[in-house]
Ligand binder design. Structure first.
Ligand SMILES: Nc1ncnc2c1ncn2[C@@H]1O[C@H](COP(=O)(O)OP(=O)(O)OP(=O)(O)O)[C@@H](O)[C@H]1O
Ligand SMILES: [Mg+2]
Length: 241
């Protein structure tokens, strides 16, 4: 039985038999504004607040200040954990003037993991690999090396990824196939109502609940209703309101 790392996101761990397999990498894929970055930060924040797991949050598009502000919007004081050496945030600043180079062998990452002794990591988003490696073959190779490095370091990782097509017509990228886990977030619509939904597509070596569930974002963060069918996907005669 493989060790599990709890995301601490209400309702989500139950859909993956207790959590993410230790050392695995899971892609969280979805369209703009669905809540990928929020969920990813909540995973890192919960890691420290609930499980005493140090974490690293890497973002390609935002600055460290942006990330801290978004987290503060949910009442998560990540600054305090940064000061205590429990959370490290690498913002887009570190890529400026370096040609987006993390070191071809991810040397910088290895150093930060050692320094913080992180057991959780977020890469927001996987587009970093597109910037670093123009050729698809080289991108896949380096992604595999990255997954291998995270596994070796026992660092359980979440990578966010954009999803250009809307559910149910999905356009998969190589990261969806290479990663150990895949969770898709999408907007479901009925008439004028848009609803956030989540679907655990795969977690290798784990029994999953692959039914689609509703996801909400409130002032407390992201949560999943593990037993509810999304309102917009109910049979119309069952739908209330
Ligand atoms: N306190 C809050 N209450 C409810 N919803 C919130 C709150 N704070 C943020 N949100 C929602 O979170 C959404 C953004 O989520 P997030 O940044 O995680 O999306 P994303 O999937 O990462 O998008 P992108 O692909 O653009 O990066 C906002 O559009 C907003 O609706
Ligand atoms: Mg985002």
């Amino acid at each position: 039985m493989v060790d599990k790392i709890k995301t601490g996101i209400p309702g989500l761990d139950d859909m993956m038999d207790g959590g993410l397999p230790k050392g695995s990498t899971t892609v969280i894929s979805g369209p703009p504004g669905i809540g990928k970055s929020n969920l990813a930060m909540q995973y890192i924040y919960n890691g420290v607040a609930q499980y005493d797991d140090p974490g690293i949050y890497i973002t390609v598009e935002d600055t460290v200040g942006d990330v801290e502000n978004y987290a503060a919007g949910f009442g998560w004081n990540v600054r305090e954990y940064e000061d205590a050496g429990k959370i490290a945030i690498l913002g887009r600043e570190i890529f400026e003037g370096t040609d987006m180079d993390l070191g071809m062998d991810f040397g910088i990452l290895r150093d930060v993991i050692k320094e913080t002794q992180a057991s959780r990591m977020v890469l927001d988003s996987v587009t970093l690999f597109n910037y670093l490696f123009k050729e698809e073959a080289s991108r896949r190779l380096h992604m595999l090396r990255f997954l291998e490095m995270m596994r070796k370091n026992n660092c359980t990782t979440i990578m966010t990824a954009e999803l250009p097509e809307s559910f149910p017509k999905l356009k998969y990228g190589s990261e969806h196939f290479l990663s150990d886990g895949l969770v898709i977030m999408f907007w479901s619509r009925y008439r004028a109502t848009n609803e956030r939904c989540i679907w655990v597509v795969k977690i290798r070596g784990t029994k999953i609940i692959s039914d689609i569930r509703p996801l909400t974002i409130t002032s407390g963060g992201v949560s999943v209703s593990p037993k509810e069918v999304p309102f917009t996907l109910l049979k119309r005669e069952d739908a209330k309101g």
